[in-house]
Design a protein around this ligand. Structure first.
Ligand SMILES: [Zn+2]
Length: 131
């Protein structure tokens, strides 16, 4: 009985097609990546719905960045900012209540609140001030 079981397991293991399994794993990885919050957001942003949302927001704020108050000529000058970060609130990644427009520099400045970006910005700053 035990030997029968061993045979079955051995046969099953031989049947596992490793290259095929590898392809499956890669495919699973690819599919998983497609649904990361950032990818979901990027797809929404370039969709008709996302573009329409941006246009409406631009009209609503009359081209004025809510942070620096500068008025910019078109929606292209604005980035979509996540009020609550994608990392901490992945479920709100395309929730319009969590989105707003910011001008490029303000959006970058806000992005720089995460430590690695701050370090990167400081490094650039130090390099420049040493020149
Ligand atoms: Zn701004």
């Amino acid at each position: 009985m035990q030997d029968d079981f061993k045979d079955i397991v051995t046969r099953l293991l031989q049947d596992v097609d490793t290259p095929k399994l590898k392809v499956c794993r890669l495919e699973a990885k690819r599919i998983k990546k497609k649904y990361t919050p950032r990818e979901v957001f990027n797809r929404w942003r370039s969709s008709d719905e996302g573009r329409q949302w941006k246009k409406e927001q631009f009209e609503r704020i009359k081209g004025r960045c809510p942070d620096c108050r500068y008025i910019l000529p078109s929606a292209e000058h604005f980035c979509i900012d996540h009020i609550k970060s994608v990392r901490d609130y992945p479920d709100l990644v395309i929730d319009p209540k969590n989105l707003r427009l910011l001008c490029g520099p303000c959006n970058q400045r806000k992005g720089a609140t995460n430590i690695s970006s701050v370090v990167a910005v400081c490094e650039i700053f130090n390099t420049e001030s040493n020149l």
